[in-house]
Design a protein. Structure first.
Length: 466
């Protein structure tokens, strides 16, 4: 047997991973027809419109160039599956909310439903690729489902091809990835399937960046990479608490530490805590896996990364309350930034949500502004996380600009590092604030001296002097 030449790709799941990834594959491989499908009609309609369902720099251009030529968005899941020779499974795998492993393990319900559909609909052999982040050995479960439900003569080769793109830089990450990882069974057909997918990526990714490994190594690598990245942030955030207590400055410490080539400079920015759909979920997954494997010390080690993140969010919120003379009841506080990082409209696990809820539990009045997150999404996030202690509808308002959010605010809290916050007319904002006016820079992004000169009292994460 020789590797097949992939001509038609189906991607199940038109979310943050499936959408951008397969749009870039279509752009870079004009000879391959790529159909991205989703059960969610509104999402597919948005992908087919001028108003894409996700905000990602550079994405509009990619989609506009390929859509209608070799890139299609559809809700006809069965047709796209039936026609494809290779299927990416990019459905959501959130943390389980109930049952065994609740709060830790991944909910594989969506993945299993999609897998079952592939088996039921396929009338020819397929390469099935796990794109969603999954626990180690999920491919085994997928194979069992595929084999139990398949028609005679249909073969399924399963590959793991985790996606390492980061939101906000997804398109440049996809154009020039550090590596593409493909895991397969080390059988002849497994290796052929792996080569077929490698040939797709080789249309634009240098061969030496396409790594081929065993299936389980690939699955574990995704969890390991995210856990190690998050661990760096928790380490630097833990040090930021020491900086605040000693008068050291975390940016200076991180810069000097990062100059050691063994450590490296990236991912050492202290913050209000990490957010996003991956870090926490994947670490909790790793914790669950370790416990299932009877490795409690390993589980405890990784769990501490998430615990430190919770501590950081809580510590920052408390600092705001302490600084505002131990009470924020009835005080107006502006939260600038609701997305979990800049250049995305995604709010999953965003620290802003926890921080806002903390302020609400202290009965503050909160004004929120974010350049990309919709008002509807902010309400949804609060509805889902509200503790019902305080009616958030009464205490929160959502502003159309940073200036509007900051008007009359006793404290301005920077939660997301949007570039536009650097160039705001801070002098004008100061004029519209009661005295003393505080800025809490949870992203270490503003020019402290300039703000102080205007008159603000500035408190930053990881820096001792107020
Ligand atoms: C992450 C991984 O980077 C990516 O490889 C994987 O595919 C998915 O998960 P993402 O969550 O999109 O990507 O964004 P990332 O840039 O990793 O940021 C995650 C969180 O960490 C954000 O809240 C960000 O603000 C925070 N962060 C990042 C810091 O607090 N400090 C840093 O130095 C870097
Ligand atoms: P991610 O960040 O991993 O891409 P998202 O939640 O943004 O996660 O996207 C996952 C998408 O997968 C959602 O739009 C959801 O509707 C879709 N999806 C889930 N299950 C199925 C399925 N069985 N068939 C088609 N689409 C599905």
């Amino acid at each position: 047997m020789a590797p097949i030449t992939v001509k038609k790709i189906c991607c199940i799941g038109a979310g943050y991973v499936g959408g951008p990834t397969c749009a870039v594959i279509a752009l870079k491989c004009p000879n391959i027809q790529v159909t991205i499908v989703d059960l969610n009609q509104a999402r597919i309609d948005a992908w087919n419109s001028d108003n894409l369902p996700i905000y990602e720099p550079g994405l509009d251009e990619v989609v506009k160039t390929a859509r209608g030529k070799n890139l299609f968005f559809s809700t006809d899941v069965d047709k796209a599956i039936a026609e494809a020779d290779l299927i990416f499974v990019s459905v959501n795998t959130p943390t389980k909310k109930s049952g065994v492993g609740a709060g830790y393990a991944a909910d594989l319900n969506f993945l299993q439903r999609a897998t079952r559909r592939i088996a039921e609909v396929s009338t020819s052999s397929k390469i099935v690729v796990e794109k969603s982040t999954v626990p180690c050995r999920t491919a085994d479960a997928m194979r069992t489902i595929l084999e139990a439900n398949s028609k005679p003569g249909c073969r399924f080769d399963i590959l793991s091809n985790p996606e390492f793109l980061a939101e906000g830089t997804a398109i440049s990450d996809l154009f020039a990835p550090d590596r593409v990882l493909i895991g397969s069974l080390q059988t002849e057909s497994g290796k052929d399937a792996c080569a077929a997918l490698a040939n797709v990526y080789a249309n634009w990714v240098p061969r030496d960046r396409i790594l081929t490994v065993g299936l389980w190594s690939s699955e574990l690598t995704k969890l390991a990479a995210n856990a190690m990245l998050a661990q760096r942030i928790s380490s630097v955030n833990a040090l930021s608490a020491i900086c605040e207590a000693t008068g050291a400055n975390i940016d200076e410490v991180a810069f000097a530490v990062g100059k050691d080539s063994r450590v490296g400079a990236k991912f050492l920015k202290a913050s209000v805590g990490f957010g996003g759909s991956c870090f926490q979920k994947d670490i909790l997954n790793l914790v669950y896996l370790s416990e299932s494997l009877h490795l409690p010390e390993v589980a405890k080690y990784w769990k501490a990364v998430v615990d430190m993140n919770e501590y950081q969010k809580d510590r920052f919120s408390r600092k705001v309350v302490d600084t505002l003379f131990n009470t924020i009841t009835g005080k107006k506080i502006a939260i600038l930034g609701w997305a979990f990082k800049k250049d995305t409209g995604d709010t999953r696990e965003s620290p802003s949500i926890s921080i806002c809820n903390h302020f609400l539990s202290e009965k503050a009045r909160v004004n929120v502004y974010d350049p990309q997150v919709t008002e509807e999404q902010i309400w949804l996030d609060l509805d889902e996380t509200s503790t019902n202690e305080v009616d958030h509808k009464q205490h929160v308002s959502i502003s159309k600009s940073a200036i509007e959010a900051c008007k009359d605010a006793e404290a301005i809290v920077i939660c997301t590092e949007w570039d536009e916050f650097k160039t705001l007319d801070w002098a004008k904002i100061y004029e519209a604030c009661p005295r003393p006016a505080f800025v809490f820079d949870g992203r270490l992004m503003l020019n402290r001296a300039e703000l102080q000169q205007i008159g603000f009292k500035v408190v930053t994460i990881g820096s001792g002097d107020v």
